[in-house]
Design a protein around this ligand. Sequence first.
Ligand SMILES: *Cc1c(COP(=O)(O)O)cnc(C)c1O
Length: 357
Amino acid sequence: MRVYNFAAGPSTLPIEVLEEAQRDFLDFAGTGMSVTEISHRDKAYMAIVSEAESLVRELLNVPQDYAVLFVQGGASTQFAAVPLNLMHNGVADYIVTGNFAKKAWQEGRIYGTANKIADSSDKNYTYIPDVKTLDYTVGADYVHITSNNTIFGTRYVQFPECEAPLVADMSSDIFSREIDVSSFGVIYAGAQKNLAPAGVTIVIAKRSLIQQPLDICPTMLKWKVQDENGSLYNTPPAFSIYMACLVLRNLKKKGGVKAINEVNERKAAMLYDFIDNSSLYHNYVEKSCRSIMNVPFVTGSEELDAKFVAEAKKAGLVSLKGHRLVGGMRASIYNAMPEEGVKALIEFMKKFETENR
Ligand SMILES: *Cc1c(COP(=O)(O)O)cnc(C)c1O
């Protein structure tokens, strides 16, 4: 039986996509080979990479002067790639709103002066600092943010408007809501939250910014080189890119980012509403910054939280255990989580509340 999987990443994928991949697994595009066996230089496979790129461009309205790249190493490798491609003056600003944001900042410090211009750890990352009042460094090479904080369940509603190019880690909310790509210098995202199996990372970068990586930048991390080679500088994560292509086709069929954003808003509102009106469950995130992808909640008792996670699992609602830094529960409700899944979770929460009052 298929369960409702609330994992934060790798996470659930659209069932139609999984079925299609299964159907075509032994014979990809009439080649008589699996997509995992075929050469990445084969025309049939190169068509997938180019279609995936076009779909990213179409679904996010990516301007022509931006590169769209498929690279490896996860978002964590991009923590290094960002300074290695952009830190020409040796200084950048970081807004630290969670664990991944902190890791990105720490990686930035290896290569230059990484100024932490805001940090919401004083309240255990339950809010996003007011980006209008920050002291942005004059002459900084970029300002780095994490658009959605996967562990703590916060997101930016408004993005910084700064002089320096804005760089955003969008690993856990890319394709979940409409964004104006032209207001960012670089966007990157590990695929395993909202897009595909682990293995591929998307980078969307304004070409004029990426022409001069630092001398010490490894070739594989040079966005310029990846761009010049159409993301095929070396063997790409072929299966993940193929899956990303199927997910993006599926998203287009469902009406694109605007349509899925409406569904996502509905799912999140339903869950937060229920939590806010319950006497057992609490969400500690400042309301204006609540993520629509990751919803942490607690009962206030560790013992009851553990019981909740165990009983939910028996009811076919899995991976609800919260991250160790937050405790309690976390429901990740990415694009591929159907509304019925969220409804089933709420029904279970009601029942559990009645039984454990
Ligand atoms: C999951 C996640 C990461 C880490 O991604 P990897 O691909 O495992 O390196 C980084 N940033 C955010 C916002 C994430 O959600």
